[in-house]
Design a protein around this ligand. Structure first.
Ligand SMILES: *Cc1c(COP(=O)(O)O)cnc(C)c1O
Length: 383
């Protein structure tokens, strides 16, 4: 049976070109960048090169790129690191109700350490209002963290406007851009964004490596103490192979963006339109236009998303309900709930996220498989 993988928002495979670029850095070029000798120095040169290439793509300075062990760690470093560094100035953090758990649970943990937090609501499409943000800022606010785009519903936030509000009040703005990098330009050269997290395995790089952009002058305490690596913000011998993989994957993503994004959007729109026209009582969750090009989050009334997922899996199709981190639990998605979507419809929601190998045959196959599955499940649930 063929596999149709439509869960790229959960993770992606490592692309051939990326794997090839990484391979020499395990057994042949293994030096520790901190070593004085030539084996170490050559690793140091590779690391500097990766940092420069990533910085160039983001249009920032190389010294502003801190490599981490992934997106969750980048979020933790930004939020805990800045909160600790600023705790004499204030203790209030603002975030949104639809953040990834890497942000949400980090802010909740800080609340237990004496910080206070505001969780901004979103509209029906999943967007945070810049006016709500402005109203929530107090003289105790030290950090605002709002994601660039949502991993479940696919909605893209207006981080240009949101960061401008923070700038007006001199408040640090962090964004979790794990889902955004590789799909659109993040505007770090134009917008007052102070910190931005991303992760290689969401754009065809390896798992366990990510980065945090930290604008010069933004104060941070490290989470991992030890050596002076990553400007003393993350101790530990560097993951050179991971950095090479991240940099290469990011370059490819940026190179291919002008072609890949319209292609994905076309396939995604065909999927959405096919489902909405062929299957009654279905709908799209999230923003109709301000959304990631590869994300289709759809609801199927009167059935459980988990049931559809199991049947799709039997047909070789991999999709997801909610985020990879919450699927398996019966808690309705906090993202769709915050958008005011009916609990019954949340339970019947499925996320399809397309990728670089997805073809129109794949989409037609899904559109062929889905209607009988939905019909069958609806008959069963009516019994
Ligand atoms: C995947 C994801 C993360 C976590 O990144 P990891 O590299 O898996 O730790 C954080 N935020 C968002 C929005 C994500 O999609």
């Amino acid at each position: 049976m063929k596999t149709v993988y439509l869960d790229h928002a959960a993770t992606t495979y490592v692309r051939e070109e990326v794997l090839e670029a990484m391979l020499p850095y395990f057994a042949e070029k293994y030096g520790n960048p901190s070593s004085i000798h030539h084996v170490g120095r050559s690793s140091k040169a590779v690391m500097d090169d990766c940092r420069e290439r990533v910085a160039q793509l983001l249009k920032v300075k190389p010294s502003e790129v801190i490599f981490t062990g992934g997106g969750s760690e980048a979020d933790n470093l930004a939020i805990k690191g800045h909160a600790w560094a600023m705790k004499n100035k204030g203790n209030h953090i603002i975030t949104s109700q639809i953040e990834h758990h890497a942000v949400l649970h980090t802010v909740q943990w800080l609340e237990k350490q004496g910080f206070t937090a505001t969780y901004l609501p979103v509209d029906h499409y999943g967007q945070v209002s810049p006016d709500d943000l402005e109203d929530a800022i107090t003289d105790k606010t030290i950090l605002v963290t709002i994601m660039a785009s949502n991993n479940e519903c696919g909605t893209v936030e207006d981080i240009s406007k949101l960061s401008a509000v923070c700038d007006k009040y001199g408040v640090t703005f962090h964004t979790d851009a794990v889902q955004s990098v590789g799909y659109y330009d993040l505007g770090l050269d134009n917008d007052p964004i102070d910190m931005l997290s991303f992760s290689a395995h969401k754009f065809y790089g390896p798992k366990g490596v990510g980065a945090l952009f930290v604008r010069s002058g933004t104060r941070l305490e490290p989470l991992i103490h030890g050596g002076a690596q990553e400007r003393s913000l993350r101790a530990g011998t560097e993951n050179i192979a991971g950095m090479v993989g991240l940099a290469r994957a990011m370059e490819i993503a940026y190179e291919e963006m002008p072609k890949a994004v319209p292609r994905l959007r076309g396939l995604r729109d065909r999927l959405i339109e096919g489902v909405l026209s062929d299957i009654p009582d279905t709908g799209l969750n999230g923003h109709p236009t301000e959304r990631l090009p590869h994300n289709a989050n759809l609801y199927f009334a009167r059935i459980e998303g988990e049931g559809i997922l199991l049947k799709l899996d039997m047909a070789g199709i991999c999709a997801s309900s909610g985020s990879a981190c919450t699927s398996g639990s019966l808690e309705p998605s906090h993202v769709l709930a915050a958008m005011g979507i009916d609990t019954m419809l949340i339970h019947g929601s499925i996320r399809f996220s397309l990728g670089h190998r997805t073809t129109s045959e794949d989409i037609e196959y899904v559109l062929e498989q889905l209607p009988p599955i939905v019909e069958n499940l609806r008959e069963m649930s009516a019994l």
